[in-house]
Design a protein around this ligand. Structure first.
Ligand SMILES: Cc1cc2nc3c(=O)[nH]c(=O)nc-3n(C[C@H](O)[C@H](O)[C@H](O)COP(=O)(O)OP(=O)(O)OC[C@H]3O[C@@H](n4cnc5c(N)ncnc54)[C@H](O)[C@@H]3O)c2cc1C
Length: 320
């Protein structure tokens, strides 16, 4: 039996796993195919690679900045250089943009390298007996652990662990905003000297030029488009059946940039039902010593990778 079972290999799950593994045995379970959660990198065929969740990291706290500095030195991360166009009239953001050298799931990959982990392992239910936790997977496999940590988005957490949560957690008003993301490849396009575009639009708000990250050589141009929250709220529940949703986002991009529809050789749209919580909560993480149940995730603090990392660090202190 392991000391800690951790549900989720996103930034918060992998950070807490790394911190606890210095003293305890740890096993990570994730329903996805690989590490990273909302920071994962999507690969389709050779050279079709997209950061379809997290776009970049701009560290604010000294501690997190130090981690990114170390990861840059180890060549897991780098500055996303080039021209970042901004057509909004917001205050200029002068902070540096960091990305993974191979994909934006670099924090999870780095932290979990030596940790036991099982992917494609969706947790169906959890049960606490007098002595330990029993974690039931979709394939009916049972895993036992002395302590359990959940790192899922708030609605998923309530679904799995609802009956074990204190009211101060289950009654939190956390709203996780949706996002619709489209990944596009255009055939034989000239390289452009642009890394990203921030649009002043109600539907399409962001496009990242994947080629600018210098992870691969390709004559095709790869772009990741992200929608506004407001538009995603209206369309998140029907984007799969209603092709108009994907087409609207793509048309916006074609109109803004002049790329041609007949040059599209690949398109794939992903709907993020629970992208981020814009407002945080009164807590940074949660630890119930009696139940040996812990929670950490970005949504406790805010909408960024850094918030997930801070939440995991806060939980590690509580457990100690
Ligand atoms: C479209 C989009 C763009 C973003 N852009 C940025 C950005 O540019 N910069 C930035 O800093 N942040 C950005 N964010 C926010 C960032 O992704 C999150 O703050 C951060 O990745 C959250 O990490 P986490 O570990 O708390 O949660 P997650 O990454 O969601 O990790 C939770 C993990 O739990 C797993 N899981 C859930 N339920 C189960 C289950 N039942 N069984 C097993 N496993 C389960 C999931 O598969 C997942 O891997 C973006 C998010 C989205 C969606």
């Amino acid at each position: 039996m392991v000391d800690f079972c951790i549900i989720g290999s996103g930034v918060s799950g992998s950070t807490i796993a790394h911190l606890l593994s210095k003293k305890y045995s740890v096993h990570i379970l994730d329903k996805a195919r690989g590490p990273g959660g909302r920071a994962s990198n999507k690969r389709f065929k050779q050279n079709l690679s997209f950061d379809h969740g997290v776009q970049y990291i701009s560290p604010k706290s000294k501690e997190f900045r130090n981690l990114i500095k170390i990861l840059c030195k180890k060549k897991h991360a780098k500055i996303w250089s080039g021209i970042h166009l901004d057509f909004t009239f917001e205050k200029k953001d002068k902070s540096k943009k960091f990305i993974g050298t191979k994909g934006n799931n670099f924090i999870s990959k780095y932290y979990t390298k030596k940790i036991k982990k099982s992917f494609q392992s969706p947790v169906k239910s959890i049960f606490k007996n007098k002595y330990f936790w029993e974690i039931k997977l979709n394939n009916n496999e049972n895993i036992q652990a002395k302590s359990l940590i959940l790192t899922c988005p708030f609605p998923q957490l309530k679904k799995i662990a609802g009956k074990y949560l204190e009211k101060k957690i289950s009654n939190l008003k956390i709203y996780m905003e949706p996002n619709i993301t489209t990944m596009l490849a255009f055939k034989n396009q000239k390289t452009v000297p642009i890394s990203s575009i921030k649009f002043n639009d109600d539907i399409l708000i962001w496009a990242a030029y994947e080629n600018s990250k210098n992870r691969f050589n390709s004559s095709n141009s790869l772009w990741t488009l992200q929608s506004s929250i407001k538009w995603a709220r209206k369309n998140i529940n029907n984007y799969k059946e209603n092709k108009k949703v994907e087409n609207t986002l793509i048309s916006k991009f074609l109109n803004f940039t002049g790329y041609k529809k007949n040059k599209i050789i690949f398109k794939k749209t992903h709907g993020w039902k629970y992208s981020y919580n814009l407002h945080g909560s009164p807590f940074k993480s949660y630890w119930n010593k009696k139940l040996r149940l812990g929670l950490c995730a970005d949504w406790f603090i805010g909408p960024k990778v850094e918030n997930a990392w801070l939440s995991a660090n806060d939980l590690a202190k509580k457990i100690k």
